[in-house]
Design a protein around this ligand. Structure first.
Ligand SMILES: Cc1cc2nc3c(=O)[nH]c(=O)nc-3n(C[C@H](O)[C@H](O)[C@H](O)COP(=O)(O)O)c2cc1C
Length: 173
């Protein structure tokens, strides 16, 4: 693949919060997991597991734990990303964040839209209960997945010069 094409692909991903009603086949969700497995992880610990949520009742229960209306209510599917802290005690969050990003990019490649829905301390236990995850499997994200029904403009990004230093903090490129 031409580098420019791949870079354009990376830069064209957007968080999608409006979805068509069409379902996403489980086989396609499995393909996303197949790709997510290739994310890097500390000592190749691969502390991630994925709960594909296609049962609308289970999805509704996940939606209900958030006080604000959020994209998962409209998305036909959600993927709960669980992370085993015992498998990568120092780095499990980073490991699993990498997997989420791979999964979201794979979805983008298939024309699917996604958005990361944060699972904070407050929601952690409730998510575990709803999907029957054991206590050591920490949910770090629910990825809403569906066919996009919007084309959002890019969110603003900080300029390179503002976030880059050369050799020493404060020395701008
Ligand atoms: C850790 C994390 C948590 C996020 N939580 C939410 C969320 O709860 N709800 C939501 O609508 N978007 C959430 N997002 C998506 C961000 O708002 C979005 O990625 C950011 O605004 C940049 O937009 P873009 O993804 O379209 O480039 C989250 C993203 C990350 C990385």
């Amino acid at each position: 693949m031409e580098p420019e094409k791949f870079i354009e692909f990376l830069m064209s991903r957007r968080s999608i919060r409006r979805y068509k009603k069409d379902p996403v086949p489980v086989d396609l969700l499995l393909k996303l997991v197949e790709v997510a497995r290739f994310a890097p992880s500390a000592r190749n610990s691969q502390p991630w597991e994925f709960v594909l949520v296609v049962d609308q009742d289970v999805k509704r229960r996940l939606v209900s734990i958030y006080p604000w209306r959020q994209p998962l209510s409209e998305a036909p599917a959600g993927i709960v990303v669980l992370c085993d802290e015992t498998k990568s005690p120092q780095f499990f969050m980073y490991d699993c964040a990498n997997a989420v990003m791979y999964l979201m990019l794979a979805a983008h490649a298939y024309g699917l839209g996604t958005v990361w829905i944060g699972v904070g301390e407050k929601e952690k236990r409730m998510v575990q209960e709803i999907v029957h995850a054991p206590p050591n499997k920490i949910p770090i994200a629910i990825v809403a997945v569906g066919w996009p029904d919007e084309k959002p403009s890019p969110r603003p990004r900080k300029p390179v010069e503002e976030i880059t230093h050369v050799n020493s903090y404060g020395v701008r490129p």
